[in-house]
Design a protein around this ligand. Structure first.
Ligand code: FBP
Length: 262
């Protein structure tokens, strides 16, 4: 594990990763309600908020937009991804190398692992190559640790999320990104299973301000060091307002109610 607190993608031991790889993972459908956000520059603009410690994008978006924002945002390059059109067992094609991510300015790299999929063996091997190469470049590795596949009926049950954080620790990730297992006790157990590795909660589909910030409050109190979030920020009319709230909950330890002035 790298001394992650020294990384630019961590602020005071906490992280807020703004994810925008949805155009690949889900397709342009995620931008339908906010058509102006189809322009990646608008989300890079959002990532300049002080609360955001990095923006997670695929290689093509990084190449096209990061050069205009390199002084204002930290770049996390996602090295694999898959489209919603893929109908097979969960898998994710490696589309960028660690070397190339470093060349285009990455401060960190991200990699999805679908443990439990029929492709788990190849994905673990791919992750090994990524993790060892990232060590040569001193780049933190964030694992999108998503147990998923035909054998898994419920991918957010407590035991599954604890297993997901533990797999990330065992395989040498620096940060595990996992879904919320539904309650603070389960999240606390998942954070314990991660040892001293940082865990961030995955944002999920858009919910209202109070519900979203309350879940973030529960997750951070349970031991998460922050959040990797996409739709719950940039699908909002006013991303700044929710980022102000996230800043207060994640970095200042305030409650959701206090952050929303309730
Ligand atoms: P959200 O906060 O919008 O859920 O984004 C987090 C993320 O992991 C993205 O990086 C990715 O595109 C998406 O969720 C994948 O969602 P899923 O595979 O669960 O549909």
């Amino acid at each position: 594990m790298l001394p992650i607190d020294d990384s630019p993608i961590v602020r005071d031991g906490k992280s807020l990763i703004l994810a925008m790889d949805h155009g690949l993972e889900h397709g342009p459908v995620d931008f339908e309600e906010v058509p102006e956000k189809l322009d990646p520059a608008t989300v890079f603009e959002t990532a300049t908020h002080d609360a955001v410690t990095s923006i997670a994008v695929q290689k093509g978006i990084a190449e096209g937009y990061y050069p205009s924002y390199e002084d204002d945002v930290n770049l996390l390059v996602k090295l694999n991804g898959t489209s919603n059109m893929w109908m097979g067992e969960p898998d994710s094609a490696v589309n960028c190398s660690v070397e190339y991510a470093a060349e285009i300015g990455a401060d960190a790299v991200g990699f999805t692992v679908y443990s439990g999929s029929n492709h788990e063996v190849e994905m673990f091997e791919e992750f090994r190559r990524v993790q060892e190469k990232a060590r040569e470049y001193d780049l933190p590795v964030v694992m999108w640790s998503y147990p998923r596949g035909q054998g898994l009926k419920n991918d957010t049950k407590p035991g599954t999320i604890s297993y997901a954080t533990r797999i990330a620790l065992e395989l040498g990730a620096d940060i595990a990104k996992v879904k919320y297992p539904g309650d603070p006790e389960a999240m606390a157990h998942a954070c314990k299973a991660a040892g001293n590795m940082n865990v961030v909660m995955s944002g999920g589909s858009k919910t209202d301000d109070h519900e979203f910030l309350s879940t973030v409050e529960q997750a951070t109190r349970a031991g998460c060091c922050g959040l990797a979030v996409g739709r719950n920020v940039w699908q909002r009319e006013d991303p700044t307002r929710i980022l102000d709230g996230l800043e207060r909950v994640i970095y200042d330890g305030e409650s959701a109610n206090a952050a929303l002035g309730l």
